[in-house]
Design a protein around this ligand. Sequence first.
Ligand SMILES: *[C@@H]1O[C@H](CO)[C@@H](O)[C@H](O)[C@H]1NC(C)=O
Ligand SMILES: *[C@@H]1O[C@H](CO)[C@@H](O)[C@H](O)[C@H]1NC(C)=O
Length: 206
Amino acid sequence: MTPLAAVAFLLLLLLRLPEAPTTAAGDPTPTPWPPQFHAKLVMDYHGNMSVSDLWYDWPGGRNLHVIRYQLAADAPYYDNEWNNGTSFFYTPARRACRSAAVGVGILRPDWLQPGAVYLGRRDAGGFDCHVWAKADFITYYEDVDTKRPVKWVFYTGRIAYVMSFEVGAVLEDAAWQAPEYCFNKDSEMAETANGHDGSFIPRSVL
Ligand SMILES: *[C@@H]1O[C@H](CO)[C@@H](O)[C@H](O)[C@H]1NC(C)=O
Ligand SMILES: *[C@@H]1O[C@H](CO)[C@@H](O)[C@H](O)[C@H]1NC(C)=O
């Protein structure tokens, strides 16, 4: 390499450095989820609105998302995920159930951290937040002071606003039981290849 080429090469390297999307030492890291919590969410999917309860229970190996779509006569809709890779999606008002073999467990409390890229501090509805992106899949807003999640923006365009976050709240066992019509002989169990199963947070990407 001629000296000029070497200088040009170095310059190119230097110019490229600031855009490298790596986590720098000293960047804040996302706070792991508590092992158990209950969150109330308001969700907006391109104008399709819903309110939901998210019950996360890592020691219990289960995760339940109870969704009420705006003015839906058949609400609520349940997304019940177990750590052995089985998910149940059911609507009690219609006794309708679909199950899926996802093949992976529920989200680990530290699911966000590996590969999360720090984007800096931003305002989210009046909350001063640290913001991370993960795998072109989610942008995650965490309150700087309380370290609670504030907002999740999914690549699909779904936005979840965290309205309350109760650390340590646990739902009673009976409420986790999938209804009996999920276990009918004729109810099919769909095998989902890449975890594209309709879960709130698709497990495969994590
Ligand atoms: C919103 O989306 C859900 C899930 O796809 C659907 O069941 C519901 O009917 C939609 N609501 C409206 C108002 O379109
Ligand atoms: C997963 O666990 C539940 C509850 O223990 C059980 O009913 C279900 O059959 C299990 N699924 C698989 C694929 O092992």
